[in-house]
Design a protein around this ligand. Sequence first.
Ligand SMILES: Cc1cc2nc3c(=O)[nH]c(=O)nc-3n(C[C@H](O)[C@H](O)[C@H](O)COP(=O)(O)O)c2cc1C
Length: 215
Amino acid sequence: MDNTVLNKLTHGVYVVGVKKGGSFGGCVVDAVSQATMGDPSHLTLALSKVSCTNELIKKNKKLILSILPVDIDPFVIANFGFQSARDTSKWDNISYGVSNGMPYVSDSVGYIELKVAQTIEFESHTLFICAVVNTTMLNPSSESLVYAYYQRHLKESASNSFSNFKNGLPRSEKKVVWRCLICGHVYDGEIPFEELDDSWVCPICGVGKENFVKE
Ligand SMILES: Cc1cc2nc3c(=O)[nH]c(=O)nc-3n(C[C@H](O)[C@H](O)[C@H](O)COP(=O)(O)O)c2cc1C
């Protein structure tokens, strides 16, 4: 078996937001699927049984799923994915809003409020089957982050920003770059990317400027 093939499945990267007493918990998830489309629609999400978020969802029976955009600060992923809400107050480190008493990531594409309809227990994970109760679009022109893109382009920056954060250094020392969404090419020309002519195309795959994202 080559389990790295599983990293090639196309799914997104999300932040779960859930109440934790008088504050908030939550974590990064990618194991999310749409199960039904209708009134209501249903999504499934799989959460490790050892995560604090699993415990909190079981207690509250509701959560918010923020859809992360491709140009998300990698620290957001590290903050919610590399540490537990049992030890730290994750939401204090990023910009967020609150809807119906639950937190969402301000820089997300949009967010989905969910109510747990059923759970299925596996040995390691709980599969939550959730009904969609409310949806809000924040940035309709944003491209959603895909898990394979995270693995290839953001994982390392997420790790670096997290070590900086833990060591009390500015968490994002990396310079802003513009990356082609199609072939991954990073623009490194002398003219600032924003000032390139609209007719400029990617030197590797030939697509236009609109296919580049700022990281
Ligand atoms: C990109 C990424 C995707 C993840 N996807 C999942 C997932 O689908 N399910 C899960 O249980 N944990 C997933 N995790 C791990 C949790 O986010 C991580 O264990 C987190 O520290 C749990 O925090 P908590 O204890 O506050 O719930 C993912 C982490 C990353 C970085």
